[in-house]
Structures are given as C-alpha cells and as structure tokens.
Design a protein around this ligand. Sequence first.
Ligand code: OAD
Length: 237
Amino acid sequence: MTKFNRIIILTGAGISAESGLDTFRDKGGIWEKYDLTQVATPEAFARDPDMVHEFYNLRRGMVKNVHPNPAHKALARLEQEYPGEILLVTQNVDDLHEKAGSKNICHMHGELGKVRCQACREVMMWWDDLDRHTDCPVCEKKGRIRPHIVWFGEIPFDLNKIGQYLENSDLFISIGTSGTVYPAAGFVQAAMDAGAHTVELNREPSDGYSLFEETHYGPATQVVPQYVEKLLKEAYA
Ligand code: OAD
C-alpha cells in the first residue's frame, strides 16, 4: 500500500547544477555575474531590451547544449512508476525535466524555450536568439516579443493549480532550492498546514531547512535517485 497518494515536488537550480547550468546564489552563481535589476525585471526590459535579450539569448544557448542528469531522470521514473499522483513544480526555466521524460510539470517561473508576443499574447516555442526588432510570426508586429519568463515583480504562473494541489498533498519534496524566493519559499509551510510530510533534498541545508521533517544532504545526482528508490520500494512493499 502507498504511504503517500499525492506528492508535490518543488525543484530549483540545484537539480540542474550537475548538468552544467549555474545556480543563482551559490559562489560564482548567476546573480554574482549579473545585477538582476538590470536583466530580470519588466523595468529593465523597458529601459534596455538589448541587455535583457542578450542575457536570455546566452542562457537559451547554454540550455540547448546540456542534458538531464540522474536526478531529473529519477523524478521522471517516479512519475511513471509511482502508484499515486505526482505534480512537479519547477522554478527552473530550463527544459531538463521534459528532456528526462517528466510530463506533469508546472514551470512557475516560465520557460527559456518559449517567448510571447506582448501585442497578440501568443506564446510560442522559440530557441533562436531574439532582439528588439524580432517580428512576431503570428501578428507580424515588430519588437513586441519577450522571453516567456517570470521577472521579479511579476506573478508566477500556475499559482492556483499549485495552491490547490498543496492543500491536498500528503508529501512535499523540495529539491535543490535555496528557499529564498517567494511564493515558492512558502510552499513548505502550506504543505505542512495541509498535513503533508515535508522533505528537503539539497546539497546543504537551505534557509528554511528547519521547516522540513526529513532532510537528506548531498549532490542531487545522488540524493534524488536514492530517495526515489526508497519511495518506490515502500510503495510496492
Ligand atoms: P538558488 O541559486 O537560490 O539555490 C540553489 C540551491 O541549490 C542552493 O540551496 C544550493 O545549495 C543547491 N545546490 C547547488 N548545487 C547542488 C547540487 N549539485 N545538488 C543539490 N543541490 C545543489 O536557486 P533557486 O532556489 O532555484 O527566479 O532560486 C530560486 C529563484 O531565484 C530562481 O527561479 C530565479 C532566481 O532568482 C527568477 O529568475 C524569477
């Protein structure tokens, strides 16, 4: 019999670190190299679209060349084999969960491989570079295409769906996130309020580690496959 029927998994940059993508707040991370107010806010885009496009063109280029690691693959296996519902909520804008085979995913901070037109609102898959003159292939307006990314000051995607799921979950697993950016940083409390068991899998204790009932520390490529193995074993015991 399964101990948990509805599992919600939150992932952050730490799960993709061993695939070769920088995290944000670790030493040498993205926010050490870039001022987020210059590249990741709607104000920055209005002021200097070239700088914002350059930042996301670079990141899009990097993501095109990396592969899912054993942690992404373990979560895809869990979704396939676990006899219960699983929702994967990621703060990551890369597509490594999809490449690993996960299907039920909310990209709450958007996706590097998508853009949207601010004129006609169409959301499109897009892996090429963008610039301030790029035409919208749907409405043909020039210069209205932006990355489909949630910038600071904007509302994350899928919050209603995530909130409803959290209210009814019985296991919450947080993986590779520093737990510093809200609303995601508040999910552990919401899960606890719903009576869920809470688990942190991270390289080291996050800011909110004391809220978790169970913790396992080490590289994601080790702790995530181990934890998934344990969940599957218990489910079929
Ligand atoms: P952070 O860079 O804040 O945190 C990364 C976490 O991953 C840290 O707790 C690290 O200890 C952990 N970590 C690093 N390498 C790891 C590894 N190999 N295995 C396991 N854990 C590892 O990244 P996020 O928490 O994802 O938002 O950041 C949250 C949001 O802040 C991002 O989505 C982004 C950023 O600003 C926006 O851009 C809107």
